[in-house]
Design a protein. Sequence first.
Length: 654
Amino acid sequence: MKTMSNVDINAISYELNQLLKGARVDKSFQPTKDTVIIRFHVTGTGRVDVVFQAGVRMHTTQYPLENPKMPPSFPMLLRKHLKGAHVISIKQHNFDRVVEIKIKKEKSYTLIIELFSKGNIILLDEEENIILPLKRKQWSDRDISSKKEYKYPAKRGLDPLNLTKEELKDLFQESDSDLIRTLARNGLGGVYSEEIVLRSKIDKKKLTRDLNDEEIAKLYEKVSEIFNPLKLHEFNPNIISGKKEDVVPLELEIYADYEKKYYDSYNEAADEFFSKRVKNEIKGVQEAIWEKKVGKYSKRLRIQEETVEDFKNTIKVSKEKGDLLYGNYPQIENLLNVIKDARSKEYPWKDIAKTLQKAKKEGMDEAQIVESMDKLGNVVLDIDNTKIAIDSKESIPENAEKYYEKAKKSKRKIEGALIAIENTKKQLKKMEDKREIAMEKVLVPQKRVKKDLKWFEKLRWFLSSDNFLVIGGRDANTNESVVKKYLDNNDIYLHSDIHGASSVVIKSEGNEVNDNTLKESAIFAASFSSAWSKGYGTQDVFWVHPDQVSKTPESGEFVPKGSFIVRGHRNHIRGVNLKIAIGIVDYEGKRVMAGPVDAIKVHTDIYVIIKPGYIKKEAIAKKILAKINENDLITLDDVVRVLPSGKCDISYPL
């Protein structure tokens, strides 16, 4: 797999710094042993995931990887120290394959991403001591272990963004290699070294110590020409395809004859390039696992079928040998009599064998069919080019019967083998079916496309069974919006009687709100309150008219953001059950909706009912998605977005 070059890292680092400077760090994950994903929240953009694969790549990603059920210690430590912190800067270190991300919380931290060799990801404290590395490593001059001072790797190679002609000349004079190798081994890599040589039109095999001043000046000119766009941050990200596949941030002449696809950012291009390969790797690993499982039964079937063929051949050959013994009865009987007579005269088996061989040479009829004879009296006959072993101490019928019995045994064995073959075929078919189903379920990364949400989807919402739109706040900011922006004179305001609840508004559109909609909205308000995360089964809810809701406090009081003063009589709905259904409804297009069970039932036949429980949001979202998703209309993120805050259990269908 391609790994990122110094040039790639320079472009990626600049773009990430522009995008994430000031961003809030959210959760961290470790889907594989070498890969860490950190989720950031960018104001005005929302969620941004960045993948860091030690020694290989770093970039934003729209292809989320499957996370382990039990998170490893490294991402948990990152969450402990970095969650809620803000990004100060992201920069490449010395044009090397090292990136440092400065992060500020109560304390300052540095996250080091090493992309050379097998790579590493290392969290440092304010004094640049190592808190924890992804991998512990030790060299003679560097010790990457907890509580050790972090030392950057020794500077290697050229920095083409700050290169002087004298530095290039010194490099060439000190090298004892050819031009292409000298450039490649000094930080420019194969691709950019080839590009420099191509543009300079100098023989790449020429020894650098033989370069003249004019050639060095030409090479310096081409280095400046190639890397000036990188210096000015004027990227032209593109993916190369054809005989070779690559992703580069600059326009390169060595790829002039290749097919190219251009992207708005190098992060996007790198994501498409690397994620495609990760998909193939994941599928390849799973296919190899299943090939081994299926192959076990395929091999067994092949051996069983070959065994049946062997049995059939044994039957044929054994019957032929028995028949040949009877077909040559007189000659064999004479031979056996000769042997019997010799034994009666106490001749040793060895002497009898020699006598038979001599008789064969002299043309004795009985001896012509003898191939060999051992010291126990076992004779091998050669009849019509068929070798037949017989015991000279036994009669022809007794010897023939042995072959006929061997044929019978093989026939019986075939019957058993055929039963075993049928069983193996069934097991093989079952395993192949399992493989097909499993491969369909292999969670290769699927592109996460950010949807343009309707205004109400940015809030909590549902459509009542009587077609009233009911909205609620997701947090303090949206609670403010629900009341200040969307609460009209004829609407109804609801709130759960507990601290930490959504402000809920029934949009009446001038129509009278009935008791059924009030009841459904109360369930909605109770479920999207802190009562859910506390595991309550019921919760009280009240409703009032818009003119009773105010942001103006009494003298000396303070109303925090997202909270309101409610004056006058409150209409309580007691003991509201916390239970929500989730399904796909057709409301201004197909979309996922979470609301009271009765409301969901009116708008869709396929739904899942949840209650407060013990399963984390992402895990329950996967189960829900598997039950309600038709034609891939929605994604996992769509389901997660509509779930209540806190853990859940499915109560229907089980």
